[in-house]
Design a protein around this ligand. Sequence first.
Ligand code: SAH
Length: 223
Amino acid sequence: MLPSQSIEDSFRHQGMRRRMVEGLRAKGIVNEPVLQAINKVPRHAFMDTAFLEMAYEDRAFPIAADQTISQPYTVAYQTSLLDIKRGDKILEIGTGSGYQACVLLEMGARVFTIERQRELFDKTSKLLAALKYKPKMFFGDGFKGLPVDAPFDKIIITCGAPFIPPLLVQQVKIGGWMVIPLGEKEQRMTIVLRTSEDDFETREFDMFKFVPMLPDKVKNQLK
Ligand code: SAH
């Protein structure tokens, strides 16, 4: 954790967070467990203290290494599509700030999360430990997933994927699904449902804008 981050959660933070949640409700997020989880995670702790006023605005924000913490609406939207049941085993691609992973943990999911940038992986590992959130964190390439820990009930990709990563869909349980923003410049939120060993069905949702899912920066670390 950096000295410029604060894990203290004051009444003021809590009040700002409640208002953010009401804003998400007004924008059409209806999944109560998702809203409750978002109401619990201190989003300001994932950003520099200088940006406290912005931590509870509904917008994406720069973190380290040219990346962003996703917009709360996007987190709520993707988490709603995951339809988390307590105990679900979830793989997240793109740990980033760790915020989305913590929302999933608050919903009772078991979370595995992969980040390809060392700087973010290190920074977020320290922050989540300080906040006492305990996802299983991996420094590696999301296109490869985690074959050793597969299958997963559901997989969430939090960067813009140019195509459906073939190795990843193989790591979804039959009856499980992947929530993936598909596209280059803009992404169509898509669900890829695994209906049998070899069959998949896709369903399309709204358009979003994510930072790109980039290939292998860590060839030598993960084999
Ligand atoms: N879930 C994050 C959003 C972070 S932005 C949050 O809540 O803050 C997307 C993240 O995906 C970035 O940190 C980026 O470095 C990471 N990423 C991009 N391509 C990746 C890949 N192939 N494997 C793993 N992570 C990747």
